[in-house]
Design a protein around this ligand. Structure first.
Ligand code: ATP
Ligand code: MG
Ligand code: MG
Ligand code: MG
Length: 469
């Protein structure tokens, strides 16, 4: 069986043998890039190399990159626990060409790795290409011997990859595997494509453009290659399991949770175990990279992730803080590949313990209020914004935690009402300050307050409005 550690090294070794420099993962907080909340793909650390602003002593590279998709353009927070393939933290394996090889060789390298080294059966594989990309389609036909029906042309942004609203981008070709009829889902482009039967595991991006500002595309100085393969997804394929949560690494984390709680996962609660394992990884890796829970920006995202996990721990009947007790299991599974976890273990443990101890004080009461407020509600109903705001303001419930709590009962939250309640509270606070006579101080105070509020709001908007590209 191929464990995640073997798969990671097989990938990196393969590209090293093919002339690629093995480069370390960059931190989860992108350096000098305020446009991006977290590193969400392998190409992020090479952004300026693609655009020609920066040069490196190599023109081919390969990485295993820590990635978080829980905010900003690529946000999978709401998918975790509900699909078989989405995590908020995952490792993206990638190979990169900076003006060196292009489409044909990228496809050839990928094909040889998956069919020879990883031994995937050709009959189960299929690919997508951007609808106008005849070149990529021809290469697939020639290299893989695919018939036309296994090369699916897609016209949406799914096959035009972009890091964010600005930065390098280009048409892409995604590789899928059909895992069989026992899993719900249809091929890409079909109405059932969101299912997990046809699993996308590798995206080959043909970097051709830079977007200096949203909507403007200029050709890159040299066409380049950027690819991303989800390590956990490849592990699920090679280990013959139906979801990333059943791979060796996640089994270890879920086992650790079960042993701390003294109870086994069952059909009715397995999603909570999965959410906890995923959120543990993203929280710990973010803290190790210096993102501490706070009320704004990146720190608020990590707080939201941690609190969501804590609600699931509560659901599983945890009678005391749980997350910090799982840190040793994570360090055991991933500490050798990521020594920052070992170095940060004490800080991570303390941060989780403090946050959970604090939040548990209001969590149970907040959940009680939520239960009362939704007692008479049923599927298709909406919780009023006032209550959601009270949960946020008084009990420390991030809006998405409340939404997550109600999702299983198919109850939505009136987010416009929530925003209005937030605005009203701000206005009231302003009014009660009026007349203190210190105009200058007030302006500064409300300036800061508005900015902090705005940051939080942006977090919510970005999530609900943009979704995943
Ligand atoms: P999906 O359509 O399944 O959401 P994506 O098209 O958004 O995936 P890409 O942006 O193409 O993903 O990222 C490259 C690869 O990284 C994917 O092919 C997949 O293997 C992996 N990947 C992307 N998002 C996640 C995630 N949330 N959890 C685990 N692996 C992921
Ligand atoms: Mg996709
Ligand atoms: Mg993709
Ligand atoms: Mg996605």
């Amino acid at each position: 069986m191929s464990g995640v550690n073997d798969i990671r090294s097989t990938f990196l070794d393969y590209f090293r043998k093919n002339g690629h420099e093995v480069v370390a993962s960059s931190p989860l907080v992108p350096r000098n890039d305020p446009t991006l909340m977290f590193t969400n793909a392998g190409m992020v650390q090479f952004k300026n190399v693609f655009t020609g602003l920066e040069s490196r002593p190599y023109s081919r590279a390969t990485t295993a990159q820590k990635s978080v998709r829980a905010g900003g353009k690529h946000n999978d927070l709401d998918n975790v626990g509900y699909t078989a393939r989405h995590l908020t933290f995952f490792e993206m394996l990638g190979n990169f060409s900076f003006g060196d090889y292009f489409k044909e060789q990228a496809i050839e390298l990928a094909w040889n790795l998956i069919t020879k080294d990883f031994g995937l059966s050709k009959d189960k594989l299929l690919v997508t290409v951007y609808h106008t990309d005849d070149e990529a389609a021809d290469h697939w036909k020639k290299i893989a011997g695919f018939s036309d029906d296994r090369i699916i042309r897609i016209a949406t942004s799914d096959n035009f990859w972009a890091m964010g609203d600005t930065g390098p981008c280009g048409p892409c070709s995604e590789i899928f595997i059909d895992r069989g009829e026992h899993i719900w889902g249809g091929p890409p482009g079909s109405p059932e494509e969101d299912g997990d039967r046809f699993l996308e595991f590798w995206n080959l991006v043909f970097m051709q453009f830079d977007q200096p500002e949203p909507g403007v595309q200029v050709p890159l100085p040299r066409p380049s290659i950027d690819t991303g393969m989800g390590l956990e997804r490849m592990a699920s394929i090679l280990q013959g399991v139906d979801s990333v949560f059943e791979t060796d690494l996640f089994k270890g984390l879920i086992e650790a949770t079960a042993s701390v709680l003294g109870k086994r996962p069952e059909a009715g609660n397995v999603a909570s175990y999965r959410v906890i394992a995923d959120h543990l990884r993203s929280s710990c890796f973010l803290i190790a990279d210096g993102v501490l829970p706070s009320n704004e920006g990146r720190g608020y995202v990590v707080r939201r992730i941690m609190r969501r996990a804590m609600r699931h721990a509560q659901l599983l009947g945890a009678s005391e803080p749980l997350m910090y007790k799982l840190v040793p299991a994570l360090v055991r599974e991933m500490g050798s590949a990521y020594p920052e976890l070992v170095r940060g273990e004490a800080l991570i443990t303390e941060t989780l313990k403090l946050e959970e101890t604090r939040f548990r004080k209001t969590l149970a009461r907040g959940l009680g209020l939520l239960a009362d407020a939704t007692e008479t509600l049923g599927a298709g109903d909406r919780l009023d914004g006032e209550t959601a705001f009270k949960l946020y303001d008084t009990y420390g419930f991030p809006l998405d935690l409340t939404q997550d709590a109600l999702r299983q009962r198919d109850i939505a939250v009136d987010t416009a009402g929530f925003d209005a309640a937030m605005e009203r509270q701000k206005a009231e606070a302003r009014a009660s300050w009026a007349g203190s006579g210190e105009a200058a101080t007030e302006t500064i105070w409300f300036g800061v307050r508005d900015r902090v509020g705005a940051t939080e709001f942006l977090g919510y908007d970005t999530e609900t409005a943009e979704g995943v590209v």
